[in-house]
Design a binder for this molecule. Structure first.
Ligand SMILES: [Zn+2]
Ligand SMILES: [Zn+2]
Length: 188
């Protein structure tokens, strides 16, 4: 999917054209389309030059898939730094899928770039994906977290609740940093 497909059909009843706000009369030919994978909202417009959607209007919500990826990351539960890193990579992959869709929308069938706006959006989303791929956890590793009593131990004892809460705190701090990075990237 690069851009919303336009369907031309005859109006079975009256609708309002979202471009000119005039009625689409019953029996009149009109255009309908949905923007984005998950969208249920049907856009309806007159089949007239002034009312037809511009390319940017047909693809503008591609970026909604990026927001969905960010939301999924934030809603996730993580038990280890590995969990966080792989979820981050998944967000980056979803960003790259969106970038690919912008790329598809930026060129015509001969490969000539004609849609500058889509190309710019592609670059921004790609840069965001690069930023996430470049993230690595900083600060204390949860594996090395120890309570004061066990600070000098090689390994934290399994049954120490204080060591366990130190580990949790270290993981929470890394997750906070990761979430800030995921939500802080620039999107079009
Ligand atoms: Zn209209
Ligand atoms: Zn301890």
């Amino acid at each position: 999917m690069s851009m919303a497909k336009l369907k031309t059909q005859r109006a079975a009843k009256e609708y309002e054209c979202e471009a000119c706000r005039e009625q689409i009369l019953r029996g009149e030919s009109y255009i309908s389309y949905k923007v984005g994978f998950r969208s249920r909202y049907v856009h309806r417009r007159h089949d007239l030059p002034g009312c037809r959607p511009k390319p940017s209007e047909r693809e503008s919500s591609l970026v909604a898939d990026c927001y969905a990826a960010q939301e999924d990351f934030e809603a996730g539960t993580y038990e280890s730094v590995d969990d966080i890193e792989s979820a981050m990579q998944e967000v980056a992959e979803r960003f790259r899928e969106v970038a690919q869709q912008y790329d598809d929308a930026s060129t015509d069938e001969n490969g000539t770039e004609w849609n500058v706006e889509a190309a710019e959006r592609r670059d921004i989303v790609e840069a965001a994906a690069d930023e996430l791929d470049g993230w690595s956890p900083s600060g204390d590793s949860p594996d090395e977290a120890r309570c004061a009593e066990h600070a000098d131990e090689e390994t934290a004892p399994d049954d120490c609740a204080d060591c366990a809460s130190e580990r949790e705190a270290a993981l929470a701090e890394i997750l906070e940093d990761a979430t800030g990075t995921v939500n802080g990237v620039e999107l079009p």
